[in-house]
Design a binder for this molecule. Structure first.
Ligand code: PLP
Length: 376
């Protein structure tokens, strides 16, 4: 039988749209919108990229550590070789620093990739994940991609309420995401609230503490104790923020070894590149970044208060600010060569998120914001 005849017979020629083939849950899935890139903005404004201040993606204002750059340059020499898929050296270094075993650590192409491992490992259509309202949007994207419902507990005061999370648990709950501090609100759940929550959460649920901004904290909750206690807990960390390595894409999860073993089964063989595997934990650079961010955040919050602009006091390297019309202020700041992050996609149309920059960048932002908001 000729192919066309067979296709007609099987009604396969009737396909009118790609959605006859694609997974239907993807139809309404919005593609993740990152902070507007510097290059794109420079092209649109017809200016030199160096003139632009980007405070839109919570990157390190000081850049990567010079030691990490040197290690990555050296790693380039072997760019023709496949990377060590297990990340032997980096995994060991992370485990040693945390006082855990290498079997407790898995590396990802950014912590975002580890979030995807969790979907492959634990989610099935019809199940639920729980997170808070205004949580980091990637959890919802993941849930939708895996045909799973996202239950968002209300955060009227922009804080996460873990009692509400406990109340939202049903037999369908598989994963609970607790971003701590949360992005975009910048707020922190205390050790006390975490302990109360962990004493009540059933062990049939995987609890994910997403700690992308952990190193910026002065008083950081200890969630690794639950890994040591063999609870079903996954702690996510990243080299993208305080380490200043967002561009090389490297993050990791820490969990009991049985959980890590499952996650490894979902990992592509060479998921982390050899340049990222050369990432270094440069304590001096971390300390300096933390200092600059702490001072910058205090300055920004002081200025917002003086301008009588409402903001959510944050503990990470960004601040969420109520500017009335987030998209309009984003556009006006863009014309003044400053990129911030509008939060309409988070259901926060009045707000923008502003990353802490160098002091020079923070001052430029404040001067531009004063003009835009007509504050003298
Ligand atoms: C709360 C949170 N988790 C995870 C990530 C992902 O970071 P990466 O994939 O760069 O490690 C981000 C990035 O902005 C974040 O804000």
């Amino acid at each position: 039988m000729r192919l066309e005849t067979r296709l007609v017979q099987f009604n396969l020629c009737r396909m009118t749209s790609i959605w006859d083939l694609a997974n239907p849950q993807l139809r309404d899935l919005a593609v993740y919108e990152p902070g507007k890139p510097i290059e794109e903005t420079a092209r649109e404004l017809g200016i030199d990229p160096a003139e632009i201040v980007k405070l839109a993606s919570n990157e390190n204002p000081l850049g990567a550590s010079p030691k990490a750059i040197q290690a990555m340059r050296a790693a380039l020499e072997n760019a023709h070789l496949y990377p060590d898929g297990s990340g032997f050296c980096l995994t060991r270094a992370i485990a040693a620093k945390l006082g855990l075993k290498p079997e407790n650590v898995i590396l990802g192409n950014g912590s975002n990739e580890v979030i995807e491992f969790l979907g492959h490992a634990f989610l099935n259509p019809g199940e639920d994940v729980i997170t808070c309202q205004y949580a980091f949007v990637v959890y919802k994207l993941l849930a939708t991609a895996f045909s799973v419902r996202t239950v968002e507990t209300p955060s009227p005061d922009y804080q996460q309420n873990l009692d509400a999370t406990l109340e939202a648990i049903t037999p369908k709950t598989r994963l609970i995401f607790i971003p701590n501090p949360n992005n975009p609100t910048g707020t922190l759940v205390s050790q006390g609230a975490i302990n109360r929550f962990m004493s009540r959460v059933p062990d049939s649920i995987i609890v994910v503490f997403d700690e992308a901004y952990f190193e910026f904290l002065d008083d950081s909750p200890d969630t690794l104790r639950y890994v040591r206690e063999h609870r079903n807990v996954v702690v996510l960390r990243t080299f993208s923020k305080i380490h200043g390595l967002a561009g090389v894409r490297i993050g990791y999860a820490v969990a009991p070894s049985e959980v890590i073993e499952v996650l490894h089964k979902t990992r592509q063989p060479f998921n982390v590149n050899s340049i990222a595997l050369a990432a270094l934990d440069d304590e001096g650079h971390l300390r300096e970044t933390k200092r600059v961010v702490k001072e910058g955040r205090a300055y920004l919050q002081e200025q917002f208060a003086e301008m009588r602009i409402r903001f959510v006091p944050g503990v990470a390297n960004f601040v969420m600010v109520n500017v009335g019309d987030g998209c309009a202020v984003f556009e006006k700041l863009l014309k003044r060569k400053i990129i911030v992050r509008p939060l309409k996609g988070y259901g926060l149309p009045d707000w923008v998120r502003i990353s802490v920059g160098t002091q020079e960048e923070n001052k430029k932002l404040i001067a531009a914001l004063r003009e835009v908001m007509h504050c003298s």
